[in-house]
Design a protein around this ligand. Structure first.
Ligand SMILES: Nc1nc2c(ncn2[C@@H]2O[C@H](COP(=O)(O)OP(=O)(O)O)[C@@H](O)[C@H]2O)c(=O)[nH]1
Ligand SMILES: [Mg+2]
Length: 194
C-alpha cells in the first residue's frame, strides 16, 4: 500500500468518543512493549507518528489514526504489563472489550507477539474471544532481528503450535530489519477490501 497521507485523529476511552467516519478499521493489539507502535509506524513509513517507548504500560487510551483518508488504524493499549497499577488494569479490560465488541467498522485485529516468547493462554484466549465476535485476526511475530535465522524458524513453529494454528498463518516481522511489512499490508488489504 502506498501511503500518501497519515494523521492522528483522536484518542478515546468511551464509544461516544470514537471517530464517526465509518472507515474500514484495523486495530493493533499486543502486550506492552511488544513493538506495536513500531509496527504501526513502519507500516505507514513514519518514524514517530505513534510514540514508541522503552517505558512500557503508559498508553491507556485508544488512539485512532487515518491513512490515505480511507483506512482507520487503531493503537490499542498494551496488556499484561506487571507494573500497571491494578486500578488501571481494571479500566483496561472493559475499555478494550467495549471497543472490540461494539465497533461496527472494525474489519480485523492485528495481534502482535514477540517471537522470543512462546504464546500463552492469554493470547489463545484473546484469539478465541475475537472469534466469538467474528472478528478476523492477523497474527504477527515481531522482533525477528533479535534471533538467528535458525532460532526464528524454531520459535515460529513453537508459536504456531502454542496458538493452535498452521505456521503459514503467522507473519514474521521486524521493524528494525524492515522485514514483513508487505505481508502485513497484504493481510490488511484482504480484510478491508482496499
Ligand atoms: N530489535 C527490535 N526492537 C524493536 C522492534 N520493534 C520495537 N522494538 C523496540 O521495542 C521497544 C518497545 O517498542 P514499542 O513500539 O514502543 O512497543 P509497544 O509498547 O508495543 O507500542 C522499543 O524500545 C523499540 O525500539 C523490532 O522489530 N526489533
Ligand atoms: Mg505503544
Amino acid at each position: 500500500m502506498i501511503i500518501k497521507s497519515v494523521e492522528f485523529v483522536k484518542s478515546a476511552v468511551n464509544p461516544s468518543q470514537y471517530p464517526m467516519d465509518n472507515l474500514p478499521e484495523i486495530a493493533f493489539a499486543g502486550r506492552s512493549n511488544v513493538g506495536k507502535s513500531s509496527l504501526i509506524n513502519s507500516l505507514v513509513n513514519r518514524k514517530n507518528l505513534v510514540k514508541t517507548s522503552s517505558t512500557p504500560g503508559r498508553t491507556q487510551l485508544i488512539n485512532f489514526f487515518m491513512a490515505n483518508g480511507k483506512l482507520s488504524l487503531v493503537d490499542l493499549p498494551g496488556y499484561g504489563y506487571a507494573k500497571v497499577p491494578e486500578s488501571v488494569r481494571k479500566e483496561w479490560g472493559p475499555m478494550i472489550e467495549r471497543y472490540l465488541s461494539t465497533r461496527s467498522s472494525l474489519r480485523g485485529v492485528v495481534l502482535i507477539m514477540d517471537i522470543r516468547r512462546i504464546p500463552t493462554e492469554v493470547e489463545v484466549d484473546f484469539i478465541h474471544w475475537l472469534g466469538q465476535f467474528h472478528i478476523r485476526c492477523i497474527l504477527v511475530l515481531t522482533k525477528t532481528d533479535k534471533l538467528s535465522k535458525m532460532k526464528q524458524i524454531k520459535q515460529y513453529h513453537l508459536a504456531a503450535k502454542g496458538l493452535g494454528v498452521e505456521p503459514a498463518e503467522l507473519i514474521l516481522f521486524s521493524a528494525k530489519a524492515r522485514t514483513g511489512k508487505d505481508a502485513v499490508w497484504n493481510a490488511i488489504k484482504r480484510l478491508t477490501d482496499l
